[in-house]
Design a protein around this ligand. Sequence first.
Ligand SMILES: *Cc1c(COP(=O)(O)O)cnc(C)c1O
Length: 399
Amino acid sequence: MRSFILNENEMNEMAKRQPTPFLVLSVDRVAENYAFLRKHLPRAGIYYAIKANPHPRVLERLASLGSHFDVASAGEMEMLHKAGVDGSRMIYANPVHDARGFSAASRLGVRRFTFDDASEIPKLAAAAPGADVLVRVQVHNSKALVDLNTKFGAPLDKALPLLRKAEQSGLHAKGICFHVGSQSLSTAAYEEALLLVHHRFLEAEASGMHLTDLDIGGGFPIPSAEGLHVDLAAMLEAINRQLDRLFPHTAVWTEPGRFLCGTAMNLVTSVIGTKQRGDIPWYILDEGIYGVFSGILFDHWEYPLHCFGKGRKVPSTFAGPSCDGIDVLYRDFPAPKLPIGAKVLVSDIGAYTTVSATRFNGFESAPVLIWEDQADLVAKSRKTSENDKASESCLAQMP
Ligand SMILES: *Cc1c(COP(=O)(O)O)cnc(C)c1O
């Protein structure tokens, strides 16, 4: 799985069309990531968790590919509705539902819900009588970057009592879901969870409750700044084999967020100020932690930074433009000397970034440009990569 990364030329061409800071989103890359998941995890249907990046072009593209969607609020349902997606293709996967969410769900035809506590059952039964429900269970994974199992998930031994209770309230108990935590670097977490959930499926069957659906959540990782050497295809295929073995007749779903859009977006930002603090050069950029770099705080992420200047690299600090001391983005980053006006590129910044950006200090949100709309640049880039391929194959043919 490759990341979408503009080269220096492309970055500069884009910067002629749009003042920095701006984002460049490749919807083809999102589609390729979707195809990758379908190929290596063919057992699972996809609910894209739109909280990762609900850009309308992402939603439209995934909708056209047949994706389903994971939503958590009325606002997210509305975004999908605007993109032409019917409620029957959504799961309201926030285990605690609010009145606005219920009302949007009933208006737009969302009939599938998750929950993880008994207190939610009368709410669901009243607002969405007869709806399909999955109980979310708690799973353990020390190898995830973002933990989701402190706040979410019923204890595993409560899964069946909760589903029975839901049935008694007129809801349709469909199955079990879990989320191993985001940016999970371990297949073992999925495999362990599948084994445990499989037991519950057998127990349910023995007690006369037939569960038909399993939702293994999201969490699939993308390469990060630290350099991740996980064989993603192998990871997904291992999960797929386990699904075949344990759940041959169950409808299986996933809820990827980060995986589909994380590698599909770049940020172009400029040096707007410099200072020397002790031995360390500081560069102030026109985008910061209150903007799309918010993921550094909320998502515990470090985004790959690309500096194009020449010359000796020295450990440098990069900071954002706001008047807060917390707005420091990179420390000890080996960078060449950069003048004011120099542009730098940040890749893998497509998930959990624009969505949590604020307008703190009055800085405007960085606009999103779609790479595939820049027909001339895309054509040039294709030609270059074809030439590269041609010269590679020439090399390969050399004796
Ligand atoms: C956030 C979330 C996801 C997506 O998680 P990723 O780690 O981005 O794949 C999926 N399902 C639920 C319920 C979530 O809250």
